[in-house]
Design a protein around this ligand. Structure first.
Ligand SMILES: [Zn+2]
Length: 295
């Protein structure tokens, strides 16, 4: 009798382990439908510049994301395929180089749901200062990443960032960079890297660039990286990730050591997908500006 119960428990555990894998395999059996591929082409600015192998890998990751993660419309929003595919496409670009073709990759393992608001959303904020004074305020947000498996996004800002190549902010890349960051156990600007050697190099390079951004922010000097990244190391990683994918040429020119470190982590080079900016001739000074710098 005991042997029978043990056998049934073992069979139950095996089924619980196998069942999601079989369902995922079925979901990936057919290619992403052409209308959904068209959404990727329309709303993920880097997609058109990718070679076929990367495009196909991104399509598979999008299918997996749509299969595994729930989308929840907030404030009366009906979530459409356009919203799902756009958000999944941009989020999966961050793991494109780390995903293996042969077996389905683990995709944002702690993420369960993406909550989508029609526009910027208001959240209550409670801060306590040193004197114990509690300030309650309501803040307008474009996105948030929670450690409990939720990402919250404003669709209006997601849509605009995906379609406008000149907009260098991307709220999906930003919030999903926080998700990658949290995979290491704490959201502190260092995602899971593996070896101690990698953490040492990451810490050297990111600390140096973070300190430089804090100085720039203090003196009001605007470079490639948004000053919001000077808030703390976690925001620095999220802001630098946006720049890595949205302004790769500028980031590589202005922060070569940071770019190198990100190449090793993301295992893709977005310079292959984004056109190199042309130098701008500055009439007043009679010289060329490249990536916002004097040549
Ligand atoms: Zn952030």
């Amino acid at each position: 009798m005991e042997a029978l119960i043990a056998g049934l428990v073992a069979a139950g555990l095996l089924a619980a382990w196998l069942w999601p894998k079989l369902r995922l395999r079925r979901a990936l059996a057919r290619p992403l439908a052409p209308p959904l591929r068209a959404i990727l082409a329309r709303n993920v600015a880097q997609y058109a510049g990718m070679d076929l192998a990367h495009q196909k890998r991104l399509q598979r990751l999008v299918q997996q994301f749509l299969h595994e993660k729930a989308f929840v419309g907030c404030a009366g929003l009906d979530v459409t395929d356009e919203m799902r595919v756009t958000i999944a496409g941009q989020a999966c670009m961050l793991v494109l180089g780390r995903a293996c073709d042969a077996s389905p990759a683990t995709l944002y393992p702690s993420l369960h749901a993406v909550l989508v608001y029609p526009g910027a959303f208001l959240v209550p904020r409670r801060e306590v200062d040193a004197a114990g004074v509690v300030t309650e305020q309501r803040q307008d947000l474009l996105g948030e990443s929670w450690g409990d498996g939720r990402v919250i996004l404003s669709w209006d800002h997601v849509r605009r960032a995906g379609m406008d190549e000149s907009a260098h902010h991307n709220v999906v890349l930003h919030e999903f960079a926080h998700q990658l960051d949290s995979e290491s156990g704490s959201t502190n600007g260092a995602p899971y890297l593996g070896s101690t050697e990698r953490y040492r190099s990451w810490s050297d390079v990111l600390s140096r660039n973070y300190a430089a951004l804090r100085r720039d922010a203090m003196w009001g000097q605007q470079g490639v990286l948004d000053h919001y990244g000077a808030s703390n190391p976690a925001e620095f990683f999220a802001v630098a990730t946006e720049s890595f994918f949205e302004q790769p040429w500028e980031l590589a020119a202005r922060h070569p050591d940071l770019y190198e470190e990100f190449l090793k982590y993301f295992r893709v080079d977005p310079r292959h997908w984004v056109a190199q900016p042309r130098p701008v001739f500055d009439e007043a000074f009679g010289t060329e500006l490249v990536y916002g710098q004097w040549r």
